[in-house]
Design a protein around this ligand. Sequence first.
Ligand code: G3H
Ligand code: 13P
Ligand code: ZN
Length: 314
Amino acid sequence: MPLIGPKEMFEAAYAGKFAIGAFNVNNMEIIQGIMLAASEEKSPVILQVSAGARKYAGQRYIMKLVEAALADDPSIPVCVHLDHGPSFEMCRDCIDGGFTSVMIDGSALPYEENIAVTKKVVEYAHPRGVWVEAELGKLAGIEEHVQSAEHQFTDPDQAVDFVEKTGCDSLAVAIGTSHGAYKFKGEAKLDFERLETICKKLPNYPLVLHGASSVPHEFVEECNKYGGAVGDARGVPEDMLRKAASMGVCKINVDTDIRLALTASIRKFMVEHPEAFDPRQYLTPARQAVKMMVARKIRDVMGSSNKIEALKLA
Ligand code: G3H
Ligand code: 13P
Ligand code: ZN
C-alpha cells in the first residue's frame, strides 16, 4: 500500500471512537520499532517528523526509511506527517518531498497571523492532496507555571471561526496537556468540559491531542536506576487519553514515551554490559523496547488494533 493521508484514518477513528497513534520518528530503530508494533497489532499509524528530527536525520533519509518500512509490510496504512511545522516554507518542502500530511503550528502567533499562515499552507496543500493540521491555543509548559492558565486553552468559538476561515483539516487543541516528561505538578487534570464543547461545536471534525505521552513509571524508574536523573516526571493517565479518543480526538501524539523506552533500555544495557561497544548490541533491545511500548499503546490506549479494514480505502 502506498503512503496515505489521514482522512480515511480519522473518519474510521471518529466513527469507531478510537484514535490513531502519531509517533515521532528520528532514526531507523524508532521507525522499525513503531512499524513492527503496527504490523503486530494490524493498526494504521502516523509517523511524524518534527523540524528537529528533519534536521537531525535529513528529510530524504527519513523518507527512504519510511519507503523501506512500507515495502516490508505493505498491509499497514501509513501516513507521514510534519509535526509542528514552523513556517509555510517548511510545510511546502515536506509536501514537495512526499509527506502526506503537514502541521502548520502558528499557535504562538497573534490570531489573525495564525489564520493567515494556516490558510496559505492549506491553499498549497489541498490541490496536492495533502492534509493540514493546525493548532489553536497554547500548550502550557509546566516550567512556566501556565499549566492552568485558562486563556492559553483553546477557545471553542474561536476554534469554529478558525476552522471556517482557514479550511484546515484537523485541529490541535490545548486542554491541559504539555510536551515533555513533566506535565503535571500535582494531580493530572484535563479540561474535558472544554473538549466536549469544542467537539459539539465542530461535529465530525477530527481533533488532535499533543503532549499525550503517559510517561510510564517503569521507564522513569529504569532510567534512574541505571544512572539517569529523570526526576519527578508525570504524564497523561491512559484512561484520560481513552476518554479523549472516545469524544472526537482522532490523533494522539507520542514522542516522550518513545524517548524514555529507548533510553531506559540503553542505560540498562550499558550498565549491565560495560565491556560492550557494538551499537547493534544495545540498539537491538532498544528497538524492541520501542516496539513493546508502541504495541501496548496501540492496543490499550489508541484502540486501533485490527482497524485496517475499518478504513474505507479506495
Ligand atoms: O512536539 C514536540 C515533539 O516532541 C518533537 O520534539 O522538536 O525535540 O524533535 P523535537
Ligand atoms: P509528548 O512530549 O507528550 O510525547 O508529546 C509529543 C507531541 O505532542 C509531538 O507533537
Ligand atoms: Zn506536539
